[in-house]
Ligand binder design. Structure first.
Ligand code: FHN
Length: 574
């Protein structure tokens, strides 16, 4: 009787504890502590497709999407790629060492991508790297063991919905899909969670169609076999299932939205190895993105795509090592830090916080830095790597900080502000010390008009300290090489001032921070506004491209070819 009761109790614990949902950041969830402290991990996209290096019949393809893009039948894929997959240069110790040198705290590798080829020894069928290739080794095991040796956490990516090798997977919800699920997904997950030691994170992908009961089944399996394993919300994409939100590919949120998130990011324009893609981000660009993500409370999962021989391309390794050197000098400002609740980003860099300290991560180094919005009293300011060099500052409403020349780091320099307690900041939108006002769509008050989207309005209240004339510019997302411009005038009003403009050409293009290539951010000049006195103002932007910000994490950004991101007000020097 007692045994039955304790069995029922166990079932109850398993079923209730199995449904993890994404909570607010301040929630006391000790399972996530290491992950929140880590801030930086390595993503590895590696599989039989790597053999092709992105090329098929003389044409370049999207690496890991090759099978479906080039319409290669399974038998041919198997013959030409799987049976030639012999990555004899694969060296798990070297990969883990690279991740360590890069300053990364965990690794997540593809154990099965959409092509359905299994990168570990499985008992389910022989379409796996040990049974179907001349290589005959299990790289997932080798990496897992090496991670354990070198003190690196180990996680796996698993494509649970898309599987082009198993036709039964085609229609989620159908009976055939249930067969795929029961004969492939469930046993695979059990194998991965049983045979490879601690799995820090399971990374599911493209899970929009995952049937609800299947999500619950996965969560229960994980809770049962490895309750500490974290799960991303793409187990059912755009949902709150799992432990953290996977942002869109290459997406960085515009501001801290108080939830745990991870930005998966490519180092060039592909995930899997593509021999012609030399668009490597520089170490500067990597650190720039890492500080942006950390300052908003997320993790960067930065991808490498090893070759079919098992080598991480040297160009990417070099960038990672250089960024790792920066982390070795400045890691205190990243690892274990938490975000501050500013509703905007900064033009000069980013801020993180730990204990009674604020770290200023300065990209644009100038002789002095003016900071608005820090309410706590600053006791002391010094360069992170020269704590005895105290910096001069004045703190009235703003903090005026004099910056020395010698603290300058070639990538991003860090200054520490020591406070008289926990940091307290103004959570309203205010003019920044540089004079700019940054208005992100994510934090706008929206009024959407379904019948007349042309009247859709985004509205921001903000405080100006310095009266004068300001240039108004708009940053939007736009597909590279397309001529998609705004179809309707953008109307801007501030109190009694109003102007209407149809922006034609962009003045400035940057790699997109909201989605992956081939999208980019374009900044256009809209006009000027006058702010006659200090005080609070309301700016309204009216245009049919104003969309629901909650949709930002519900649908992929790339579904729209043009999207408004930020309005920036910059004082005009008179
Ligand atoms: O289709 C995949 C892609 O190949 C890659 O694995 C990325 C990584 O986030 N996820 C998918 C698209 O979102």
């Amino acid at each position: 009787m007692l045994r039955i009761a304790s069995y029922l109790l166990l079932i109850l614990i398993l079923t209730t504890s199995s449904i993890t949902t994404i909570g607010q950041q301040n929630q006391n969830d000790t399972r996530k502590e290491w992950w929140r402290d880590a801030r930086y991990g390595m993503f590895i996209h590696w599989g039989a497709y790597s053999v092709s290096a992105g090329e098929w019949n003389g044409q370049s393809h999207y690496s890991e999407w090759l099978m479906t893009e080039a319409k290669i039948p399974l038998s041919e894929y198997r013959r030409q790629l799987v049976e030639r997959f012999n990555p004899t240069k694969f060296d798990a110790a070297a990969w883990v060492k690279l991740a360590k040198d890069a300053g990364m705290k965990y690794i997540v590798i593809t154990s099965k991508h959409h092509d359905g080829f299994v990168m570990f020894k499985s008992q389910v069928d022989d379409y796996n790297i040990v049974d179907a290739t001349p290589f005959k080794r299990d790289p997932i095991r080798e990496l897992a063991e090496e991670c354990r040796k070198q003190g690196m956490r180990f996680g796996i990516y698993y494509s649970h919905i898309l599987d082009w090798a198993r036709p039964e997977a085609k229609n989620p919800g159908s009976q055939e899909f249930d067969r795929y699920w029961n004969n492939t997904v469930v046993p695979h997950l059990k194998e991965l969670l049983t045979n490879y030691g601690d799995i820090c994170e399971i990374w599911f992908d493209i899970g929009k169609q995952t049937p609800e009961d299947k999500v619950k089944e996965i969560l229960a399996i994980i809770a049962n076999l490895q309750p500490a394993t974290l799960i991303n919300n793409r187990v059912k994409s755009f949902s709150d299932y799992g432990d953290f939100i996977s942002m869109g590919d290459n997406e960085i949120p515009q501001s801290n939205f108080n939830k745990d998130f991870e930005s998966p990011m490519t180092l060039n324009h592909h995930w899997g190895y593509n021999k012609v893609d030399k668009n490597w981000k520089s170490a500067q660009e990597v650190i720039d993105r890492l500080i942006d993500i950390a300052s908003k409370g997320g993790n960067l999962l930065l991808n490498v795509g090893p070759t079919g021989e098992g080598v991480i391309p040297e160009e990417s390794a070099q960038v990672l090592r250089e960024a790792g050197e920066w982390l070795a000098r400045n890691g205190n400002a990243i690892y274990g830090t938490r975000p501050l609740p500013f509703p905007y980003h900064f033009d000069w860099g980013a801020m993180t916080t730990k204990d009674n300290k604020i770290y200023l991560l300065i990209k644009n180094w100038q002789g002095k830095l003016v900071l608005n919005g820090i309410k706590s009293r600053v006791l002391k300011a010094y360069p992170l790597n020269a704590p005895n060099t105290t910096l001069k500052f004045k703190h009235k409403d703003s903090i005026n900080l004099m910056l020395p020349d010698k603290a300058k780091d070639k990538l991003v320099s860090v200054i520490v502000l020591e406070l008289n307690g926990q940091p307290e900041v103004d959570q309203k939108i205010i003019q920044q010390g540089s004079g700019k006002v940054i208005l992100n769509l994510e934090v706008a008050d929206l009024k959407l008009n379904k019948e007349k989207p042309i009247e859709n309005t985004a509205e921001w209240k903000f405080r100006i300290f310095t009266p004068g004339t300001y240039e108004v510019s708009l940053t939007n997302l736009h597909k590279v090489k397309t001529k998609r411009d705004f179809q309707h005038n953008i109307i801007i009003t501030v109190n009694e001032q109003k102007f209407s403009v149809l922006p034609k050409t962009s003045d400035e293009f940057n790699e997109s921070r909201s989605t992956q290539y081939p999208y980019e951010e374009a900044t256009v000049h809209l006009g000027t506004l006058n702010f006659p006195r200090p005080g609070e103002y309301t700016l309204k932007l009216i245009n049919d491209q104003v969309m629901q910000p909650s949709q930002i994490r519900k649908v992929p950004w790339q579904q729209d070819r043009l999207k408004i991101r930020t309005i920036t007000l910059t004082p005009v020097k008179e």
